[in-house]
Design a protein around this ligand. Structure first.
Ligand code: ATP
Ligand code: MG
Length: 309
């Protein structure tokens, strides 16, 4: 008989399936019944990442979709949470408004569980919690609720054990929806364009992150700053990048996302770019970002990696 050990409750739920699969394939010549859960370490944990920047049109949704899809394509189970009433992340992975029956709003109000809201996508390891304009209502209704900043954290907790990464697409504001996302998150990925006005927006965002850390979520970290629609031939782009590097140093992803027409076409086909054009520059750069992100997550200290301990 083989003994397989797990540590925390959340891992205990997931580890048996994980190990049973491995056992069937390789090391353990045993049946399901022959494996006993006893107590040691398993490295699978959930990391919740908010893709946030209050500035509009900087590539948040493009990054949320393609980071989530690229990480999923590396074999990780990923949940993409559309937390913007515009619903662009939903339509961008094949769930336009007219196809969606239940949304993240229904989970926030308790009308449905989040598990009932989640739908599959064309990538077998990528799942979506969709949003529609209904979500505008949440911003108004939550304002007078108790623990109004923790609604998303509470509903994500009900499914977190099923995913290794949860990626939240935030709306272009620092309102109650973004507050909920940043309270629920372990880390923030900040997409930005390399232009002068972006610097002002970045300081507003970092001040907000500091306030949220102090008041609600002390473990919140910046997982990365990502330049989008980047053109290295422009001197202003390089100047802004150098300026941002003074504050964020190696938080800036080594790879930047170039302006690439395939990235803007893919959502109208309801596909992440890697399913639309595997060889284009947009696919290559988001896969490189996903790999860099995964290395960062794997080398982070356990205390910084998700809320499972
Ligand atoms: P909002 O603030 O409205 O939510 P956003 O920050 O989510 O916007 P996106 O919707 O991702 O930004 O991108 C804005 C527009 O720029 C979209 O039309 C998108 O297709 C396009 N876009 C984003 N990134 C790129 C890129 N690297 N190359 C070309 N087009 C891009
Ligand atoms: Mg968006």
């Amino acid at each position: 008989m083989s003994y397989i050990c797990v540590q925390s409750t959340r891992e205990a739920i997931r580890a048996p399936l994980f190990f049973l699969e491995a056992a069937r394939k390789t090391a353990f010549p045993t049946t399901n019944a022959g494996i006993v859960i006893a107590g040691c370490y398993c490295t699978v944990m959930t990391r919740i990442v908010a893709v946030a920047n209050q500035k509009g049109g900087v590539g948040k949704t493009t990054t949320a979709i393609n980071l989530a899809a690229s990480v999923a394509s590396r074999g990780h189970r990923v949940l993409l949470v559309d937390f913007d009433p515009q619903g662009n992340a939903s339509s961008g992975v094949g769930w336009p408004r007219d196809r969606v029956e239940r949304t993240i709003y229904d989970a926030l109000t308790g009308e449905h569980t989040l598990a009932e809201v989640i739908v599959p996508t064309e990538i077998t390891t990528l799942f979506l919690a969709p949003a529609t304009t209904d979500l505008v209502g949440a911003e108004i209704e939550l304002i007078s609720a108790d623990r109004r900043e923790r609604f998303l954290a509470d509903v994500l907790a009900t499914v977190a054990a099923d995913y290794e990464y949860i990626v939240i697409d935030c709306p272009p504001s620092l309102g109650l929806l973004t507050l909920n996302a940043l309270v629920a998150a372990d880390g923030v990925v900040v997409p930005m364009q390399a232009e002068y006005f972006a610097l002002e927006g970045l300081s507003a965002l970092t001040q907000t992150i500091e306030k949220i850390k102090a008041a609600y979520n002390p473990g919140l970290t910046i997982d990365g700053v990502l330049f989008t629609m980047f053109d290295a031939r422009l001197s202003v782009a390089n100047q802004v990048r150098d300026e941002v590097a003074k504050y964020f140093g190696d938080k800036i992803f080594g790879e930047s996302i170039p302006r690439n027409v395939r990235l803007s076409e893919a959502p109208s086909h309801g596909k992440p770019v890697l399913l639309y054009d595997l060889k284009c520059a947009g696919t290559k750069s988001y896969l490189a970002i996903a790999d860099e992100f995964l290395v960062r997550m794997q080398s982070a200290a356990p205390a910084e990696r998700g809320a499972t301990q």
